[in-house]
Ligand binder design. Structure first.
Ligand code: HEC
Ligand code: HEC
Length: 246
């Protein structure tokens, strides 16, 4: 080894490292490939894929939890409720709380990015007549002058509008599974049931409330009634999960 070659190698290495850090060098990671602090991500697609897609479906449908890719659902769910559900989750169900303040991992701007991103991606206001939509929650319906849900009236409404698919007692029929099983009702909130009754699960073949012919369709009052009848099958030892409030 010639004297000085060690120092030369070191110099060359340092120069190579310095060059590699230069922006114009080929092979430099692109800005979007750089590892980022997860708290700084406010891109909807990334936030949705990382936090929601596993349960609500990568395209907002066909997941174990409800579909989002429905203009009716996007019109039915008000911003404050959407924000609140993301932040606080729904206690007693599989929907986790995401806000840092509630033990989750998302900062406020990230929650806002999810709210506005969901609307941009799936809301189509021109396709929904919001003026005839039932209120989002039972509490909203009561505030609008409707009565609390009544299980007796709900049973009758179920016979008319739902039994054809889910069976007379709700235990399942040819076209729909059981909607009164303890294992199901123990895991979902009343609000989830209400949302299903109004918005359906288009991805699973469950019709939304506008679809049936007029003589079968539920009235706004009957939406609350049917939900209270379904909920009356929830075993008393399973804590009633009321769903997110606004
Ligand atoms: C045309 C047939 C049909 C009618 C009418 C119908 N459903 Fe369904 N429903 C389905 C199908 C299909 C599914 C999805 C598969 C399953 O869970 O059985 C479903 C799913 C559901 C679910 C579970 C949703 C989920 O995300 O797990 C509930 C709750 C429900 N229906 C309630 C009702 C109520 C209440 C009515 C009456 C207002 C009703 N359904 C009317 C076909 C129907
Ligand atoms: C581990 C599964 C899981 C993940 C992950 C998840 N959810 Fe949910 N989500 C659920 C379940 C289950 C429900 C139904 C809860 C209930 O019974 O009210 C739900 C309900 C909701 C609702 C309420 C719909 C209604 O009926 O009014 C919204 C909105 C929602 N989730 C948004 C999100 C968003 C946004 C994300 C990602 C930040 C997310 N969820 C991640 C499981 C999940």
């Amino acid at each position: 080894m010639r004297p000085g070659s060690g120092a030369t190698t070191t110099l060359l290495l340092a120069a190579a490292l310095a060059l590699a850090a230069c922006d114009w060098m080929p092979g430099r990671p692109r800005e979007q490939d750089r590892p980022r602090n997860p708290r700084e991500i406010t891109d909807f697609a990334t936030l949705y894929a990382n936090n929601c897609a596993g349960c609500h479906g990568s395209e907002g449908e066909l997941g174990p939890a409800r579909e989002f890719a429905s203009p009716l659902f996007q019109a039915f769910l008000p911003d404050p409720a959407l924000r609140n559900v993301i932040r606080e989750g729904v206690p007693g169900t599989g929907m986790p709380a995401f806000a840092k303040a509630a033990g989750g991992s998302l900062m406020d701007p990230q929650v806002e990015a999810l709210v506005s991103g969901m609307r941009r991606r799936w809301a189509r206001p021109s396709r929904v007549d919001a003026s005839v939509l039932p209120p989002y929650s039972e509490a909203d319906a009561v505030a609008a002058g409707y009565a609390l849900g009544d299980p007796g009236r709900g049973r009758e409404a179920f016979q008319r509008a739902c039994a054809g698919c889910h069976g007379a007692d709700g235990n399942g029929g040819e076209e729909g599974g059981s909607v009164v099983a303890a294992a199901f009702l123990g895991l979902v909130s009343d609000q989830m049931l209400r949302t299903v009754v109004v918005c359906g699960r288009p991805d699973l073949g469950m019709p939304d409330w506008r679809e049936p012919p007029p003589e079968l369709r539920l009235s706004v009052q009957e939406v609350s009634d049917v939900v209270s009848w379904l909920a009356s099958h929830r075993p008393p030892d399973l804590e009633p999960a009321r769903g997110a409030s606004e």
